[in-house]
Write a protein that binds this ligand. Structure first.
Ligand SMILES: Nc1ncnc2c1ncn2[C@@H]1O[C@H](COP(=O)(O)OP(=O)(O)OP(=O)(O)O)[C@@H](O)[C@H]1O
Length: 271
């Protein structure tokens, strides 16, 4: 698939706030957040634990509604789950009784589109992430990284115009995380899909993104917007590049100025 085969989606959140009513209090998860994601862009929402990253993602999925403000996909207000959406969560959520191939084909089955073409596409996606020899394996026979790769292939099978990813690599070891980031960058740039990626890892956001929204601690708001002006897809050697190192330093300095990162104190943002 090339970029021209589909039209990626744009996402706009304007002056969005989200308040949750709990038994004892009202929690403001997001306060006046405005975010724009252009078609085909890879945008990360980066911030400390509890700053509302997942909440913002859930508002974009249509699973929840904002208390104030608008969430729009391609200028249409989001009211329910969009049909052109793919979602990847922190845990893989594979079905243990289905083979790798049948897990990837789940969306095709649900949509009544399981056919030779979708089966071939599933196999091609699996081959792109090095799982060509595991199509008939079951999830319990795979490592955590392999399962997460299957989850990504499953989300990309129906060529979603928008892919939402909520800390998809958080449970993986550092080396697998680096490798899978390279694979995602490659897959995403070929698919031409718009991606919104939630993370609390500064290097991961800088490695993958075209743009990063830096979020501050609760109530979550956008503290800064950082452009990562480097060609996609990104390769491993980009991590050694001075542009990468200085961008990580730039974002780290923003978190220091917000008081999220301080010397001699452990915080939830990984520098
Ligand atoms: N359903 C809910 N009911 C009440 N409070 C909620 C609900 N969902 C989220 N919150 C609160 O909203 C705030 C933001 O939560 P959210 O999960 O969006 O943060 P996050 O940045 O994704 O955190 P993490 O990085 O730890 O996953 C938190 O204080 C959380 O307790």
């Amino acid at each position: 698939m090339t970029k021209s085969e589909q039209t990626p989606i744009a996402v706009t959140c304007e002056h969005v706030s989200k308040r949750y009513l709990t038994r004892s209090a009202e929690v403001t998860a997001l306060n006046d957040v405005s975010v724009t994601v252009r078609p085909g862009e890879f945008v990360s929402l980066l911030g400390p634990s509890g700053c509302g990253k997942t909440t913002l993602l859930r508002l974009i999925t249509g699973l929840e509604q904002p208390s104030d403000g608008d969430v729009r996909i391609d200028e249409q207000e989001v009211r329910d789950a969009h049909p052109d959406l793919g979602v990847v969560f922190q845990t893989d959520l594979l079905m243990p009784w289905r083979t790798v191939l049948d897990n990837v084909l789940l969306q095709a089955e649900v949509r009544g589109q399981k056919n030779p073409a979708s089966i071939q596409r599933a196999k091609d996606l699996l081959a792109q992430v090095g799982l060509q020899d595991f199509v008939t394996s079951y999830p319990h026979e795979l490592s955590g990284g392999m399962k997460q790769r299957v989850g990504i292939c499953r989300a990309l099978l129906h060529k979603p115009r928008l892919l939402l990813m909520d800390e998809p690599f958080a449970a993986l070891d550092a080396m697998t995380r680096d490798q899978i980031s390279v694979e995602l960058s490659e897959l995403a740039s070929h698919a031409g899909t718009t991606i919104v990626f939630v993370t609390h890892s500064i290097p991961e956001a800088v490695f993958l993104s075209d743009r990063i929204y830096v979020m501050s601690a609760r109530p979550g708001r956008i503290a800064a917007e950082v452009v990562v002006d480097q060609p996609q897809p990104r390769q491993l050697h980009y991590r050694q590049n001075s542009a990468f190192i200085s961008k990580v330093a730039e974002v780290t300095a923003i978190f220091e100025s917000l008081g999220v990162l301080r010397d001699n104190q452990q915080q939830s943002v990984e520098a």
